[in-house]
Design a protein around this ligand. Structure first.
Ligand code: ACM
Length: 264
C-alpha cells in the first residue's frame, strides 16, 4: 500500500483560493492509495470570530471541498483523509473526513479542542471510528489529540492499520516527537499531515511526520515547505502485534487493572 501526505497552506476563509491551490497539488501528486491533508483544510484555522468560522464551514452533504476530494479519488482510485470545518445546524465541528472513489466514507470529530477552538467548535461526539476500506483499516485523529494516548489506543484496539493525523500544529515540535511513540506503542503507521503558513500571528510548524510501527520516523517534512510525499507501507507490520514470541501487545493487556482510568 502506498500512502503519504500533502503539506500546504489553506487560505483562511477563502474556499475558492484553497480549492484552486489544492486541486493543483492533487493533480501533481504521485500515484498513491491514500493521502492525508492538514486540519481544517477547507477553511484555514485562526478565525477572527466564530462567525467567520461559521461562514467558512461546510455541511457534509453540501461541500465543494469534499466534491474536489471525491473527484480526485474517483480519478485516481484512491482515498483522502482531510481536516474539515464541518457545520451541522448551528454547531461547528473540527472534523476529519475520509473520502474514497465512491464518495464520503466517514467522519471523525476532534475530541480534544485546543485553546480558542473551545470558543468555536463543539467537542467531538462520535468516538474514534475505524473505517474498513479495500486498502486497509483507517482511523483519523485531529491535531491536539496527539496529547491524549487514550484515543490512539482505542484506534489500535479497533484494529486500525494506520492513523491519519490531520493537523495544524503550533507548539514547538511536541507532536512531531510524540507521534512516533504513539506509532511504536500501538504498533501501527501514523501520518501526521501538518500545515504551513501564518494566520493573524499564529505560525504553523510544518514538519509533517510519517512513522512506522517500530516508531521509526520514515520522513519528516520541512517547516515551511509545500510538499507531497508518498511511501510504501507494509500493513502486515501493523497487524503483527508480537514484540517477543511471548508478548502480544493486545493479548498482554490487563484491562481489569485499568478501571481507575474511567473513574479518576
Ligand atoms: C491544534 O490542535 N490545532 C494545535
Amino acid at each position: 500500500m502506498k500512502a503519504g501526505f500533502v503539506q500546504f497552506t489553506p487560505e483562511l476563509c477563502n474556499l475558492d483560493v484553497t480549492i484552486n491551490r489544492l486541486a493543483k497539488l492533487l493533480k501533481e501528486a504521485p500515484p498513491t492509495d491514500l493521502l492525508v491533508l492538514p486540519e481544517l483544510s477547507n477553511s484555514g484555522y485562526n478565525f477572527p470570530t466564530r462567525n467567520d468560522a461559521f461562514d467558512a464551514a461546510e455541511e457534509l452533504g453540501n461541500s465543494r471541498f469534499i466534491t474536489l476530494l471525491h473527484d480526485h479519488c474517483r480519478r485516481t482510485n484512491s482515498y483522502v483523509a482531510s481536516g474539515f470545518n464541518e457545520r451541522e445546524g448551528f454547531k461547528l465541528f473540527n472534523s476529519a473526513v475520509l473520502v474514497g472513489p465512491g464518495g464520503l466514507i466517514g467522519t471523525y470529530r476532534k475530541i480534544h479542542l485546543f485553546y480558542n477552538e473551545k470558543d468555536i467548535f463543539s467537542a467531538g461526539d462520535v468516538g474514534v471510528p475505524v473505517f474498513e476500506t479495500p486498502i486497509g483499516k483507517i482511523a483519523m485523529l485531529v491535531c491536539f489529540d496527539w496529547m491524549f494516548p487514550e484515543v490512539w489506543r482505542i484506534a489500535m484496539l479497533k484494529g486500525a492499520d494506520i492513523v491519519c493525523h490531520c493537523s495544524a500544529l503550533v507548539l514547538p515540535g511536541f507532536a512531531q516527537r510524540s507521534v512516533p511513540i504513539h506509532a511504536l506503542i500501538n504498533h501501527f503507521y501514523v501520518i501526521t499531515a501538518n500545515r504551513t503558513g501564518s494566520e493573524h500571528g499564529l505560525t504553523f510548524t510544518g514538519m509533517s511526520t510519517v512513522a512506522d510501527p517500530n516508531g521509526e520516523v520514515v520522513y519528516q517534512a520541512g517547516a515551511e515547505t509545500t510538499e507531497c510525499q508518498i511511501f510504501d507501507f507494509d500493513l502486515e507490520k501493523s497487524r503483527k502485534k508480537l514484540m517477543t514470541p511471548r508478548n502480544d501487545i493486545v493479548a498482554d493487556r490487563r484491562p481489569e487493572m485499568y478501571h481507575e482510568l474511567l473513574t479518576l
